[in-house]
Design a binder for this molecule. Structure first.
Ligand code: PLP
Length: 380
């Protein structure tokens, strides 16, 4: 794409690698094309030499990567004549579903856990006109109900079990290869339902495959012959690393978790829907899963904001928290290129940010002398 070309959304940009019919009405908010940023201050603090990048997905139209999947899922729902969409959500899927439904003129029904949703996400779903259904249960309960519901009601499910969601989300991997000129050595992501780590792997595999070659069994979309692998863009694929929150880490326990708990509400999930696929991603890429404590997650969130000026929500910082630990510990090789996905924007969850802020917030009289004293007393 020429730097001056008008960007019109990820479906137009990657149309030849997406399941979109020629005459489809595209429902877009110009999602994708998010900043790919090389960190400069955090790597200097690490004991090892690495090239560390973040993909800032918080700068999508509704503030999370969910928009990549939603533009494709809602475009398909419209093409199929659907009049309403439904999802269970820890927050970001509902914000995205509500926005794309509004754009398309559909009704969005969103099922969210009572109380455990970040304020910004709730505000979005309400403003964007979704019918918000709060249940006295967690995300896993919500998804179980929604999956049963769509067998009985004329609504399209837009959770990541909708295969079009992962098709849209795979474009993040395309963008990274296009920006970097090759695939990174490692790609680190926070893992909840494990849809996003699967989607990224599908994207990397399609970019590395040639002419119908299918390089992964984690993609359930086309069954062995990939219609989107046409010319190999990159010759390698990254090691995929998935990090979970300690209180919601079924991939570490080796089984589902019934009462997931973490400050990172976006990954407060105990029954991941892409369980089988994510294990294939781990195996095929030679990667691994690990867990981070809530304290580690919040510390990484703060460090990223303080040292790089990049504000992501707690769940997103899980990728960086885990990556920093594995760089220092040597699991991630020295001199390698690493990409951490920052899944959502920090403004989604102002409460979590303010709760852990340590200042300085100074209260002084409204005089030149007092303000000057506050400044001179706090110069670095
Ligand atoms: C949805 C979400 C995740 C988890 O992605 P999965 O595909 O469910 O693994 C992580 N972070 C944020 C901010 C999210 O919204």
């Amino acid at each position: 794409m020429s730097p001056l070309a008008r960007y019109t959304g990820l479906i137009e940009r990657y149309r030849d690698r997406l399941p979109i019919d020629d005459d489809a009405e595209i429902i877009t908010l110009r999602e994708g094309n998010t900043p790919f940023i090389r960190l400069r201050n955090i790597p200097r603090r690490l004991a090892k030499e690495v090239q560390l990048y973040v993909k800032y997905e918080g700068l999508n139209p509704t503030g999370s990567f969910k928009d990549r999947g939603m533009t494709v899922a809602v475009t398909k729902a419209v093409a199929e004549g659907s009049r309403a969409i439904v999802c269970a959500s820890t927050g970001n899927t509902s914000a995205s579903a509500a926005a794309y439904a509004a754009r398309a003129g559909l009704t969005a029904f969103v099922v969210i856990p009572d109380g455990k949703i970040a304020q910004g996400k709730l505000a979005q779903a309400l403003m964007e006109g979704a019918v918000v259904i709060q249940i006295k249960g967690n995300f896993d309960d919500g998804l179980r109900i929604v999956k049963a519901l769509v067998k009985e009601a004329p609504v399209t499910i837009v959770n990541s079990i909708n295969p079009y969601r992962l098709q849209g989300q795979k474009t993040a991997a395309f963008e990274i290869v296009d920006d970097l000129g090759r695939a990174p050595d490692y790609h680190c992501l926070p893992v909840g339902n494990a849809g996003n780590i699967t989607a990224h792997w599908i994207g990397y595999c399609e970019y590395a495959g040639a002419h119908g070659e299918c390089l992964t069994s984690a993609c359930l979309f086309c069954g062995g012959k990939c219609p989107y692998a046409r010319n190999a863009v990159s010759d390698k694929r990254p090691v995929m690393v998935g990090y979970q929150a300690t209180g919601a880490a079924p991939f570490m326990r080796g089984h589902m978790v019934d009462q997931p708990e973490t400050v990172a509400t976006a990954i407060r999930i105990g029954h991941p829907q892409s369980w089988e696929q994510a294990w294939k991603v781990q195996e095929e890429s030679g990667g691994w899963f690990d867990e981070c404590t809530d304290d580690e997650i919040l510390a990484a969130q703060k460090l990223l904001a303080e040292k790089e000026g990049i504000f992501c929500e707690p769940a997103s910082a899980t990728s960086l928290a885990g990556a920093m630990r594995d760089i220092e510990g040597g699991k991630i090789a020295e001199n390698s290129t690493i990409v951490c996905t920052l899944t959502g924007h920090g403004l989604k969850d102002p409460d979590a940010a303010i709760r852990q802020s340590t200042g300085p917030l100074l209260r002084v009289d409204a005089t030149l002398a007092e303000v000057k004293r506050a400044i001179l007393g706090n110069m670095a």
